[in-house]
Write a protein that binds this ligand. Structure first.
Ligand code: AMP
Length: 114
């Protein structure tokens, strides 16, 4: 499926600023600009081959992406001393999804230790 450019593509390319809290070759995590919890991060995949708009669009090539994001969220939580959090995917317009670049919401009432 042809992909539409989103604000998260621009964040990966550093064309617009974001408060990045974690990054490696595969994943980036940055602060949500309208936080709904003390800590509200978004995890996205960075590799073009992992780009997919939504959980609704997953196929054999991208099925691993949600688990990749979850594993990175788990690792970041551990490294930052957060042991209670929520992980959410908004799926489709009816599910509250606004940005059609697959992302995992990480919410916690524990503050991240910078
Ligand atoms: P969703 O409803 O799952 O599509 O969530 C999109 C999220 O992206 C919302 O929580 C927005 O606050 C957040 N968001 C949109 N633009 C930016 C941005 N430039 N930097 C950080 N977060 C953003």
């Amino acid at each position: 499926m042809p992909e539409k450019e989103t604000i998260f593509h621009k964040i990966i390319r550093r064309e617009i600023p974001a408060s990045i809290v974690y990054e490696d070759d595969e994943v980036m995590a940055f602060k949500d600009k309208h936080p709904k919890a003390k800590t509200h991060l978004l995890f996205i995949a960075k590799k073009e081959s992992d780009f997919v708009p939504s959980i609704n669009d997953l196929d054999e090539k991208t099925a691993h992406v949600p688990l990749l994001l979850i594993r990175k969220a788990q690792a970041l939580a551990k490294s930052k001393g957060i042991d209670g959090y929520q992980l959410k995917f908004h799926v489709g317009k009816g599910g509250g999804q606004e940005v059609f670049f697959l992302h995992l919401h990480f919410l916690s009432e524990q503050k991240i230790n910078d």
